[in-house]
Design a protein around this ligand. Structure first.
Ligand code: NAP
Length: 280
């Protein structure tokens, strides 16, 4: 039976370290979170980010804008936040309501305050292996691997899903850690066989029941990034947990796996930004 990688416990530990480091700064880190529209899931995320800021001793500002907000109004707010000295990180909660151009918004955030690591400047830094910020979800996965002393070096790492937020940066981080990486997507033929060859398998597709035991090598490390809802509305991942856990050496649960780590990494990035802004 696989060892459970406890994301909740690890995230609490990481936030404790962040809090301790933040206390040593001349000015506490500040995070601004912008929510446009009334998507209930986004509201929940924003509330938990405020709670994380409190736990880490950060200053936080929250902006809840109506769904009818125009591109120009949103741009003006981001511009204002870019100029605020006590704000180190700016997070615009995605997805944005229809009619707003996400790309334009992300481009308008000062790269030094882009704690989500979505700005092309930071994506470029990540690509060449000199990232200032860690992309939160894949960065959280790497923290988990480190904590459980799972070294990707020399391992075959298979990532399912190639989104800009998860799959691609995940592949890059594993590559920089000297893993041999295979990145799969919806047009990949024979994904099952590729997955079954993985020493480290990361699934970030968003399909309940996608990863079955026959897609997992005996003793593989299985990281489930997905956050899906099953037919009863319960949170679940891509991985058929019970059957895969009986084959894997390590496995992350959903909930309580990668999710809490993503949030903790946002705090870590905000601390990094605050240090840079304060010349520490
Ligand atoms: P996304 O943008 O929808 O990307 C999904 C990826 O999966 C795409 O690259 C797509 O391929 C690929 N895909 C779809 N069907 C496939 C199939 N049958 N076989 C192989 N690949 C397939 O999603 P995302 O934003 O990356 O999120 C993925 C999952 O992670 C979701 O469940 C999301 O909720 C979760 N998530 C969790 C966290 C966290 O903190 N735990 C953070 C972010 C996202 P194409 O590119 O070819 O379309």
């Amino acid at each position: 039976m696989a060892t459970l990688i406890d994301g909740k416990k690890l995230a609490a530990k990481l936030k404790e370290t962040v809090r301790a480091e933040a206390q040593l700064l001349p000015r506490r880190p500040g995070l601004a979170v912008v929510l446009v529209g009334d998507d209930p899931a986004s509201r929940v995320y924003v509330t938990s980010k405020r709670r994380d800021c409190e736990e880490c001793g950060f200053y936080s500002e929250e902006y809840a804008l109506p769904a009818q907000t125009t591109q120009a109004e949103l741009a003006a707010l981001v511009d204002e936040l870019n100029g605020k000295g006590h704000i180190d990180g700016i997070l615009v909660q995605l997805p944005l309501p229809k009619g707003l151009d996400e790309r334009k918004v992300l481009l308008s955030i000062d790269p030094g305050k882009d704690v989500d690591c979505f700005h092309p400047h930071n994506v470029g830094q990540l690509t060449i292996g000199t990232p200032v910020f860690q992309p939160c979800t894949p960065g959280g996965v790497m923290e988990m691997l480190r904590e459980y002393e799972i070294d990707p070096e020399g391992k075959r790492c298979v990532v399912l899903g190639r989104s800009n937020i998860v799959g691609k940066p995940m592949a890059l981080l594993l590559l920089h850690a000297n893993g041999t990486v295979v990145l799969c997507h919806s047009k990949t033929p024979d994904m099952k066989a590729l997955a079954a060859s993985a020493d480290i398998l990361v699934s970030a597709v968003g399909r309940t029941g996608l990863v079955t035991a026959d897609m997992v090598k005996e003793g593989a490390v299985v990281i489930d990034v997905a956050m899906n809802r099953d037919e009863n509305g319960k949170l679940c991942g891509d991985v058929c947990f019970e059957e895969v856990a009986s084959k894997a050496s390590y496995i992350t649960p959903v909930p309580g796996g990668v999710g809490p780590m993503t949030r903790a990494m946002l705090m870590k990035n905000t601390l990094t930004a605050a240090k840079l802004h304060q010349g520490v």
